[in-house]
Ligand binder design. Sequence first.
Ligand code: ADP
Ligand code: MG
Length: 417
Amino acid sequence: MSIIKDFLLQLTLLIIPIFIYFTFILERVKKDRNITVIMTILWGISILLCMSFPVNVGETARLDIRFIPLLLGTLYLGFWPGILLSTLIILYRLSLGVSLGFYNTVLVLVLSLPVILYFQKSFIRSKKDKKAVIALGLSFYYCVLGLTIFTILIGFSFDYLKVQLLHLVFMVAVTLFCIVFIEKIREIHQLRSDVQNSEKLRVISELTSVFAHEIRNPMQVTRGFLQLLDDPDLPHKKKEYIKVSIEELDRANEIIDDFLAFGKPSENLNGKVNAGDQVERVANLIQSFSLNHQVEIKTDIVGDCWIDANPQKINQSLINIMKNAVESMPNGGIIWVACSPDADGFIRISIKDQGVGMTKQQIDRLGNPYYSLKEKGTGLGMMVSFQIIRSFKGKIFVNSEKGAGTEFIILLPQAVF
Ligand code: ADP
Ligand code: MG
């Protein structure tokens, strides 16, 4: 019974890095290199813990599932993490003393690591089911190898064989569990970013007709002036017509630029972003949409507002919030958009409307998927915006009064230079 208890403890030690990865790292750390470093360290800790609390069998044998963090680390992270984790195992085993067990460890590793590395590339490319099969095969191979080498080095014992078989079943089951678990959570995460993208496309398609209109306006104005230029009776106004035409064309160009910037597929590019510029940009972009609804947008950007973020994602969430603000004022009104650094090391963005407002219950439901009070709403805009802001360690507060208006306050940590 106590052997099973020990094995279960090992399982717990193994799952900790997986949990840490999905709760704290996946959303926040964007660079692949950093993720690899952090995960190698986490798997390393897991290996040390598993080896520190082994399942002791008799005098000589220590069993643990250190191989699983090594296996998962190597399969998901690649060559160097695999080498590092193996070295860690050898060094830790060495610190316990050079005995037959040590040689056993080294031999098993030397014979199993190349096999894992050989399968690593095809593992990464495979679908969930094939991944499970590869990992199971490797796990099985490791156990049989371990048993064989142990028998050669130390000798055969029936009791030990029994425990080894239990070890084998446990290893295979845990490997399967981990792969299914990791892949399932990855799938959920993927689904989430798919929703973000499809929501973005929806907003674009909704705004497109307004933009087409916005771009047609300057073209028509310019066309009119070009016609007038042809008129021989108006020579003194020529300069002004040309100036206005150029201004109009520049404006059309700007609208197209903003629109394209928003429509571009988001790359995972984080960096120093001036939130003030982005707020200004989004306010400009939404201006054409808002004027259609008799809504005016007033911006007030103060100081340098540098944050660490992905500009496209920040824009996406600002657009969702401003678009809601416009839509909350069916009879027109004003939206105040402000952005400034505050005293606590945050950049504060506030978007305040004079719209229909929300009750306490409505505010609480904000950000839940598919929660919408609009006839043609999707109820995904707020969910996506909240996700984005949180992923940059930001916070969102909503103050609203039914019939009076709503204020969204976004706090994002200031960038450190
Ligand atoms: P959608 O805009 O498609 O309805 P959202 O997730 O963007 O979905 O918004 C969800 C709901 O939250 C809206 O239907 C609306 O009832 C409410 N809401 C969001 N922003 C505001 C606002 N500024 N004023 C009033 N209600 C709002
Ligand atoms: Mg919306």
